[in-house]
Design a protein around this ligand. Structure first.
Ligand SMILES: Nc1ncnc2c1ncn2[C@@H]1O[C@H](COP(=O)(O)OP(=O)(O)OP(=O)(O)O)[C@@H](O)[C@H]1O
Ligand SMILES: [Zn+2]
Ligand SMILES: [Zn+2]
Length: 841
């Protein structure tokens, strides 16, 4: 028997399966989806078996055929449907097969940690009947019970023919698989640092701290600004300091260090109040009926659920999931990373209890692995998670829900650059599952796919979807009235504050009435950079063409692309002026102004600076939910999914900053943001109100957001897209090329673009793509220097392929790129490909 193995070499040149012999002792253990170690170019590398075949079909001669060196897990971590899905992902997004496969697994399975297997006492206690049903080889049960966790290799050696039984027992939960031996204990001890009790004293101490011990001072300042305890490891990572410095501060009595027990189950011990299904409104019931019918019919049909903010989409999701579980099938719910708050988790755990597994990036590797195993071993039937949860290893998926489907975080920005929405539609087709894309502000792509626009122009991003709508809020609550304030006339009237008179007044009202406000500072396109006010000098990364970002807490300048960091200068390096300023996050300035205007106001500020620590995001929301603050002030992250009954005012400080970015989606993103944040007001009994401040109040994105008028926005926006030839009227592929030497790069770039044009010409599809061009066309724009023209000391160029949806552009690209790279023409130029890019900048 031979195995076809995708080996972990991240290069396009070796992106194909290699044949290996399956040694006698591993027969029965190895199946498609197994992870193995194989000899490759003189080393043993990790690989995935994607198929088995008879020995005589091997691509090389028997004498040169190498054997698989080791088996890494008792159960194959990948299911056959996921291997097929990986093939689709690698085709569609022009990425290597290995990148696609690895995207489907939890990080704990990527390393080469030892595998262990052990007897599960808890399972046996709960399900003796099932336990008895598994026929284990003579003596195995006793041996395992005696030995605790045993290495997979030891188990195989002792019971060479037990493959089938062991795998069945793991699937059933009778045996447990473990990554590393320390996983045996579910409680870990973590060295944790606690901030001082007396904050005022500590602040004074910081002021007077001797200058030569600046590192110690920084540690203490960091702990004060965080305000809660944190693991030592995390503190060191965040400050770049060393443990001895932290100990020195502790020795002086300002910090406490001790061991704290932590649970592996991130939600262990937390009680979720059981919720019962609500009686649906008529609108909800109609929508549910259609979704349920599709679930029952096992029809892989996507629905686009356009429901205004507060229309009760979540309750529809919950009841649709129930239908799916009743059929003994499983459900995946994707929510944007940022909305994956305890509030959100509670809604699902409250209804389905332990059947819910939660997957998100803030979990540790071990926690993620545990949640993943719950799914694979059928202990969980519902997976709630961010983007990558779309790969949850369920056996029989009946329903996939994507909440806030317009969110750009569903698009992965590193390879494989997949979009979870499109993967969901594909996976649903494999399983015969229904798909629900829900949003108050659907993306234009999805909306076009669900309406006639797509069929007219043959450019749909995903399969045609059926449109479902919930145009009103639950209990006939009104949408909040939105007032748009022209900030130009404020200035003319002599108001130089960042708050308009109206917003000031309304804030004062809320304070008086004890109600809460949400303030959004639209900061897309801004960053915290350093600029000299005398000469205009800005601090740039020496390796990348991009300004450095200032980090308040560590007082360091960092490059977001390569990680370079340096101390913030006290004097301008260019003109020696001392007027060098940190243009802070902006939210900080708003906070200062608020405190000045309303002495005693309680403000929670949420932005990148205050939410980097694990759990901080949740902490702030919890405080706000408990009404321990009057104002929740923040960036984009306050706009989503929040449902607080006492929020009656939403203010947007600067609505337009995102309007003028050189990105064809800027109007769409602005409309979405304004509509979402406006939707936070008046969701319960108390009526809400929204004030939007703008310097371009006549812009249609702002006008239509004011009217809560999604359809009008779409109509206007589609006109622009059509005229300019942008999605959904065409599709895009962004090709980024990089090299250390500029002349080499320009030369290769030109050649490659020409090669693509030639190939399109031969295929008979080469032509301009805009609103008026014919139905079958593909154009190649560029190459031009990328907006970030140099990164990590490499120059960057880009080409854009613009094409109609009925042209096989990825096929053409794959066919052109492979020989180009394998030949001599590529000359070390690195290619990055982004299909349906979201970041054009
Ligand atoms: N049938 C119902 N009866 C009573 N209350 C309901 C019903 N359905 C939903 N609700 C309540 O209405 C509020 C809004 O619902 P939900 O948060 O699901 O809205 P949504 O459509 O997801 O909004 P958004 O897009 O703004 O997140 C919630 O507090 C929810 O508990
Ligand atoms: Zn200067
Ligand atoms: Zn850099």
């Amino acid at each position: 028997m031979i195995a076809r193995v995708i080996v972990d070499v991240p290069s396009r040149q070796t992106d194909r399966p290699f044949d290996y012999e399956v040694p006698q002792e591993l027969q029965g253990w190895i199946e498609p989806g197994s992870r193995v170690g194989v000899p490759f170019a003189g080393r043993v590398l990790q690989g995935f078996v994607i198929g088995l075949a008879p020995l005589d079909t091997a691509e090389v001669d028997r004498s040169r055929l190498k054997a698989i060196a080791e088996l890494l897990d008792p159960l194959p971590p990948l299911r056959p449907d996921l291997i097929e899905l990986a093939e689709w992902v690698s085709d569609k997004y022009c990425c290597t097969m290995i990148a696609a496969l690895q995207a489907m697994l939890p990080a704990a399975l990527k390393g080469k940690a030892e595998r262990y297997v052990r007897w599960s006492e808890s399972f046996e206690a709960n399900e003796p009947a099932a336990a008895a049903a598994v026929l284990l080889p003579e003596g195995m049960r006793e041996w395992l019970k005696r030995s605790g966790a045993v290495k997979l290799d030891a188990l195989r050696e002792r019971f060479p023919d037990a493959a089938e039984y062991v795998k069945a027992a793991i699937r059933l939960g009778l045996l447990e698989e473990q990554v590393a031996i320390r996983d045996k204990v579910s409680i870990r001890k973590v060295l944790t640092v606690f901030p001082p009790d007396n904050v005022e004293e500590a602040e004074i101490a910081i002021e007077q701290w001797p200058a030569r011990a600046a590192k110690q001072r920084d540690i203490l300042a960091h702990m004060l600004s965080v305000g809660t305890s944190m693991p030592m490891q995390q503190l060191l990572a965040e400050t770049g300091s060393s443990a001895s410095v932290v100990k020195a501060v502790a020795d002086k009595g300002w910090l406490t260090i001790r061991e704290v027990e932590t649970e592996r189950d991130p939600y262990a011990g937390r009680l979720f109040k059981k919720t019962e299904p609500l009686k649906l409104t008529e609108g909800q019931a109609q929508v549910l009926e259609q979704i349920a019918a599709s679930v029952h019919a096992r029809e892989p049909k996507p629905f686009l659920l356009h429901g205004v903010t507060g229309s009760g989409k979540t309750e529809v999701y919950l009841q649709a999931i129930q239908e799916c579980l009743d059929m003994d099938r499983q459900a995946i719910v994707l929510v944007p990373e940022i909305s994956l708050t305890p509030q959100m988790v509670e809604r699902f755990k409250g209804r389905f209890g332990d059947a819910v597994a939660v997957l998100h990036s803030r979990l540790s590797h071990g926690e993620k692995y545990d949640e993943w195993r719950k799914i694979r071993e059928r202990r969980a039937q519902v997976a709630v998670g961010a983007r990558s949860a779309i790969f949850a290893p369920f056996e029989s998926i009946g329903l996939i829900i994507i909440d806030e489907e317009h969110e750009s975080s569903y698009k992965q920005e590193e390879s494989p650059k997949y979009h979870a929405r499109d993967v969901a539609v594909k996976r649903a087709r494999q399983h015969g599952a229904a798909v629900v894309l829900g949003s108050a502000t659907p993306s234009l792509e999805s909306y076009a796919a669900a309406t006639a626009i797509r069929s007219q122009h043959g450019s749909g991003a995903s399969a045609a979807a059926a449109l479902l709508t919930m145009p009103g809020r639950v209990a006939d609550r009104p949408m909040p009235p939105v007032e748009v304030i022209d900030m130009r006339s404020e200035l003319q009237a002599g108001n130089r504050s960042m708050f308009s008179r109206k917003l000031y007044e309304e804030l004062a009202n809320r304070l008086e009435r004890g109600e809460q406000s949400v303030l959004l500072l639209n900061r897309r396109g801004y960053s915290t950079f350093v600029m000299c006010r005398s000469c205009g000098y800005t601090a740039m990364c020496p390796h990348c063409d991009i300004s450095l970002t200032y980090h308040q807490k560590t007082r360091l300048l960092r490059c977001h692309y390569c990680g370079h960091s340096e101390g913030a200068p006290a004097k301008c390096p260019s003109c020696e002026s001392e007027h060098i300023r940190f243009f802070g996050t902006g939210t900080q300035r708003v906070e200062e102004e608020l405190v000045k205007l309303f002495p005693g106001i309680r403000v929670i500020r949420m932005d990148v600076d205050t939410t980097t620590e694990k759990g901080s995001h949740e902490k702030w929301l919890k405080l706000f939910g408990e009404r321990k603050a009057d104002v929740l002030l923040g960036t984009q992250m306050v706009a989503k999914g929040l449902d607080f009954p006492y929020v009656t005012l939403v203010g947007v400080i600067a609505a337009d900053t995102s309007l003028h970015l050189p990105d064809f989606r800027s109007a769409e993103r602005t409309f979405q943001l304004l509509t979402q944040v406006a939707g936070r007001a008046g969701r319960h009994e108390l009526p809400g109100e929204v004030v939007i401040q703008s310097y371009a109040p006549e812009h249609y994105a702002i006008q239509t957001a004011q009217q809560h008028d999604y359809e009008s926005f779409v109509r206007e926006e589609l006109m622009h897209r059509r005229a300019m030839g942008y999605p959904p009227y065409c599709r895009l592929i962004l090709i980024t090329m990089s090299h250390e030497q500029l002349p080499m790069l320009t030369d290769v770039g030109e050649r490659f673009a020409q090669r693509l044009r030639d190939a399109a010409g031969v295929a008979g599809v080469y032509g301009r793509v805009d609103g008026t061009s014919g139905p079958k066309a593909l154009d190649v724009l560029g190459p031009v220097a990328s907006p970030i023209a140099r990164m990590k000391d490499r120059y960057r160029f880009q080409c854009m392929i613009k094409y109609r949806g009925n042209v096989d552009a990825t096929g053409l690209l794959n066919k052109t790129l492979q020989p180009f790279l394998q030949g001599t023409e590529g000359r070390g130029v690195q290619f990055g490909i982004d299909v349906d890019p979201h970041m054009i900048l």
